[in-house]
Design a binder for this molecule. Structure first.
Ligand code: NAD
Length: 365
């Protein structure tokens, strides 16, 4: 018997699934359900482990509590290459296997998408992130997370005397989160001067037309194909002079080794854990404000929760705006009044909300 991850929050259940017929190997972690059935994506990659799924499930517990949606945190992993031919068979087998695990509502994550959710919906009728034709709110198409990032920046500017109008913006990772964050921030008057993806950086100090860059990225596969700017190496993005930086690519891209390059006033974290905790502290001590990931990037899960209750796209945007603005303010009030680190304050607030929800349950804490 092994309870290595157990603490005062969870995990409530760790389920290992094996289907000998389809050769499905999967892991589900239901971390905490005090606020309601857990929501979290299905990660389909060959090397996903129980520990990784648990860490992601815990991150969802905190994100969902912070976003005040009626859901706890969970996550799952299917151990397989997402490009295999039998993908639909595996996803459908996974759906049938979790049919009775009603405290877990799956959504898309790395290696899974809206089409996979449609298969799950067909099997068991319980999931989020569905295609529009099935009543879904297509999170990545409408830019739910990027919109939330822009709202958080707009609230944070009040604390650091930053004007979004005319501010210089750089975005790391011009994907679903990054490109929409750029689009919404440019709508507010920011000037995009640099954007990167896995293949390199495009730089133009006079400003990049964001819609044209999105077109290029979607058509030609990379920002480096954009003609109106200079192509730089991937990490060169960090050295570009800017006011606002949105890291929206991978974990730990800003760390103790390269944090010295950063020249931003405000960083709004679009990706999950894009900056190591140590680097975040170094930045804060240097006067760079970092809005933690699970505060700023909750737009997707808020939209998912609206979708689950049959709500509309308009309602999703309204909820994202209201929630992320309120949370950013609540955290930054404490950060500046008590001279504390944003992540420390955000963690404390999210955990407090989880414990409050747990108190309402039978056999309370
Ligand atoms: P995506 O695959 O659409 O985009 C990621 C982009 O980052 C791609 O353009 C890729 O080329 C680029 N990239 C990869 N490595 C890079 C590097 N080292 N430097 C620069 N660019 C790099 O993914 P996404 O959906 O935009 O998600 C990005 C991150 O945000 C992930 O960490 C994801 O878990 C997190 N996130 C996503 C959502 C959502 O709604 N999609 C919500 C919350 C958090």
């Amino acid at each position: 018997m092994d309870f290595e991850h157990a603490d005062e929050i969870g995990p409530e259940k760790i389920v290992h699934v094996y289907d000998p017929k389809t050769k499905l190997y999967a892991i589900v972690v239901v971390d905490n359900t005090a606020s309601g059935p857990s929501i979290g994506g299905i990660r389909m990659v060959e090397d996903v482990t129980t520990t990784e799924v648990f860490r992601l499930a815990r991150a969802m517990t905190l994100k969902n509590a912070m976003a005040e949606i009626p859901h706890g945190g969970g996550k799952s992993g299917i151990i397989a290459n997402p490009k295999i031919e039998e993908k639909e068979t595996l996803i459908r087998a996974f759906a049938r296997a979790i049919k009775n695990l009603e405290e877990y509502i799956p959504g898309p994550d790395m290696g899974t998408n809206e089409e996979c959710m449609a298969w799950i919906h067909d099997e068991i009728g319980r999931c989020v992130g569905l295609p529009r034709e099935l009543g879904g709110i297509p999170l990545d198409e409408i830019g739910a997370t990027g919109f939330g990032v822009s709202v958080s920046a707009d609230e944070a500017k009040e604390y650091i005397e930053l004007d979004i109008e005319g501010s210089k913006l750089i975005v790391e990772g011009f994907g679903n989160v990054g490109r929409h964050a750029a689009r919404f921030l440019c709508k507010m008057g920011a000037i995009l001067v640099g954007a990167s993806d896995s293949r390199g950086t495009i730089y133009n100090p006079h400003g990049i037309d964001v819609d044209k860059l999105i077109e290029t990225k979607l058509r030609d596969g990379s920002v480096i194909k954009f003609k109106e700017g200079r192509v730089l190496g991937r990490e060169d993005l960090l050295s570009i002079e800017n006011d606002i930086f949105v890291p929206a690519a991978r974990p730990d891209t800003v760390n103790e080794k390269n944090v010295g390059l950063i020249r931003s006033k405000l960083i709004v974290e679009g990706a999950n854990i894009p900056i190591t905790e140590k680097a975040e502290k170094i930045l804060h001590d240097r006067g760079v404000l970092c809005i933690p990931d699970f505060v700023a990037n909750a737009g997707g899960v808020i939209a998912a929760s609206v979708e689950y209750r049959g709500g509309t796209e308009g309602e999703a945007f309204e909820r994202i705006e209201g929630t992320i603005r309120k949370n950013t303010k609540e955290i930054l009030d404490v950060v500046y009044n008590e001279n504390r680190y944003p992540r420390e304050v955000a963690n404390e607030l999210a955990r407090k909300r989880v414990f409050q929800a747990m108190k309402y349950r039978r056999g309370k804490l």
